[in-house]
Design a binder for this molecule. Structure first.
Ligand code: OOG
Ligand code: MG
Length: 264
């Protein structure tokens, strides 16, 4: 193994252990510069560890597709992370808060693919690959101390991906300028518009296809795409019911608890 390959593997292990033990670690960029190619290589090595434990790929997520998120975290470049089946919590299910470090939650739009998303394809062809759309909640949980990172760090950490919840799938529809709400126990926590997501969440398809293609990832039938948050992320409460509402789509909920398995 080369020194670079060794470094990549070591960082993947550090981040994987941090997630499994719910214990934060210092940002690597404090001591070394993590270029983007190396950061995605760490992400791939991290996912390989999850797959070796039996988790299966479930799709991808985009990050920093909205200005609210980019400004909240100081990272101004769209990033891609990978989802696995183990990260999904059933709509209306219980999320185990005790397995996480300093989780935050954000309202999103999800796409379900019914066919391959071909990089560089025309917008109509990309849209035709979508089988269904839904509102979603993403729970992010940076494995870094104080939830602080630079671009390479957060890419290596699989873009802070921790858990996601998808509302009822429905037929593809226009998603321009839909109000988005994040609620905890019925109280409004944050509000935004789907326009914040790359101007229109459907633009996430071309972006995901392009980025996945560059990384050698194939996106096809059955894969989920989370288009990125429409608002800044809010701290996940210690307990309570979190609801995401995208106007015109069915809402999505998750109950925050502790000590219960995900999806229960
Ligand atoms: C990185 C993940 C960003 C989004 O929707 O913009 C993201 C983070 O904020 O920790 O998932
Ligand atoms: Mg997100």
């Amino acid at each position: 193994m080369t020194a670079r390959a060794q470094q990549i593997e070591t960082l993947a292990q550090v981040l994987d252990d941090a997630a499994r033990q719910a214990r934060p670690v210092p940002q690597p960029s404090g001591s070394m510069t993590l270029d983007l190619a190396s950061a995605y290589a760490v992400q791939a090595a991290l996912l390989a560890r999850r797959h070796a434990r039996g988790e299966t790929p479930a799709g991808v997520k985009l990050g920093f597709t909205s200005r609210a998120k980019a400004e909240q975290m100081g990272v101004h470049e769209v990033i891609l992370g990978r989802l696995t089946d183990a990260m999904q919590v059933a709509d209306g299910g219980v999320l185990d808060r005790s397995a996480l470090i300093h989780p935050r939650v954000e309202p999103e739009v999800a796409f379900l693919l019914g066919a391959e998303l071909v990089p560089g394809a025309e917008p109509d062809a990309l849209a035709a690959a979508v089988a269904s759309v839904a509102s979603a909640l993403e729970v992010i949980d940076s494995r870094y101390t104080d939830f602080r990172f630079r671009l390479g760090d957060v890419v290596a950490d699989n873009t802070s991906a921790a858990a996601y919840v998808i509302g009822p799938w429905q037929d593809p529809c226009d998603l321009v300028d839909r109000d988005v709400r994040l609620e905890v126990d019925g109280e409004l926590v944050d509000t935004g518009s789907t326009t914040a997501i790359l101007g229109d969440p459907w633009n996430a398809l071309a972006e995901a296809a392009r980025m996945a293609g560059r990384l050698g990832l194939r996106l096809g039938a059955g894969d989920v795409l989370l288009a990125g948050a429409a608002t800044a992320a809010a701290p996940l409460p210690g307990s309570g019911l979190v609801t995401g509402v995208v106007h015109g789509l069915a809402q999505v909920t998750v109950r925050v608890g502790s000590g219960r398995p995900r999806g229960a």
